[in-house]
Design a protein around this ligand. Structure first.
Ligand SMILES: [Mg+2]
Length: 97
């Protein structure tokens, strides 16, 4: 079993994701409780932009420069979804069925 060279909590990656979440909160409002399907649409849109960056790395194109930014945005939206799930006790409501 290996340990990361830099602990996840101290990584530049996590710092970037948290900064992006803060920017998203400022832009769209914190604690936005939209439908899960809407969250998934947003995540899918961001994943599409990440795919476009990867495609441009592979075949050429200016979007390649956005690779890290798009990866950060995917992670930030995914974390927003987890916070939404926790904030609204969605797992508990599912487990009641
Ligand atoms: Mg994006």
């Amino acid at each position: 079993m290996t340990e990361p060279k830099i602990p996840h909590l101290a990584s530049a990656a996590l710092q970037s994701v948290m900064q992006e979440m803060k920017a998203q909160d400022l832009k769209w409002g914190a604690d936005r409780d939209q439908d899960l399907a809407d969250w998934l649409l947003i995540l899918t849109e961001e994943a599409g932009e990440l795919a476009e960056a990867v495609l441009h790395i592979k075949f050429g194109g200016e979007k390649k420069y956005g690779l890290r930014t798009e990866a950060v945005q995917v992670a930030a939206v995914a974390l927003q979804i987890i916070e939404y799930i926790d904030r609204n006790d969605i797992m508990e409501s599912i487990n009641e069925y």
